[in-house]
Design a protein around this ligand. Sequence first.
Ligand code: SF4
Length: 329
Amino acid sequence: MTSSALAAAPVLPAWRAAGLRYFGLNFFLRQKFGGRVQKVSLDAGFTCPNVDGSVAVGGCTFCDNRSFSPSRRLPRLGIRGQLDDGIRRLKWRYDVERFIAYFQPATNTYAPVERLRPLYEEALAHPQVVGLAIGTRPDCVPDDVLDLLEQLATQTYLSVEYGIQTIHDRSLDWMNRGHHHDATQGAIERSRGRGFEICGHVILGLPGESHADMLATAREIGRLQLNAVKIHNLYAVKRTPLADQVERGEVTLLGRDEYIAALVDFLELLPPEMIVERISGDAPPDYFIGPTWCLDKPGVLRALHAELDRRDTWQGKLHTPSPSGRGPG
Ligand code: SF4
């Protein structure tokens, strides 16, 4: 073999060299932190502009947001108390000493910087917290908030999770999202290069979306060069407009085999360096309407691995690098 042929030989990503078929979150966290790290979910008492009337009322079709109404935003414990409580519960189940504080329900950048900073800093001050994850909407990151996030990213590992859901505006309208894909593109462009990880949430199986539509979202996610993605199928929980639509037969939820087939096709189109933080949805069983197969998370995972093996395929197998050559944020 010539030296030029040797130089052109593709380098396997570490997760493939380890025998995996996609770049999962646990592999990433073990690489980054040298051991197990768990997320602790925190409720900082935020509401959401899609609930309080700033953008819309009623919230997204699938979101059980009644508890996000401003009058009910009274978190049961402060940030430190929630962390201590969550860490105690996780340590009971796992052998783990390090944690990521995950600001999860509602829109966790929806407040002035003067309110956001002490909340994030209180979480970071916990001796067992090694990073932050902050879930938000693409239309809720003004420049001063991004400046704050950039500053935090100089001190710690920080992942900012944007609810993208889909790139198709008609689907965003269906879900009463209150923004279109251009808001997502703008938020990601403005977040890039600020030192924090950019993660996007995506839903497969939205009503009216064809298989080709879902794969168009995968290609766009790749083009946007996010650092990470969370994927799940559309599922319905009680007390939501979606639950009513499912019960009236107006919306059909994907079966497990259909979802797994779409998910594998989706993974094939993602860049190999994008962390796949989640591949299925979950909700407490007593809130859940369907599809019931979602409740068997180990079964979903086994079905995904079986399909990846059967097709002898992996994340990024069909990915075409962006011509811009731009690196992730
Ligand atoms: S899904 Fe997110 S953006 Fe939509 S209503 Fe719920 S909290 Fe707000």
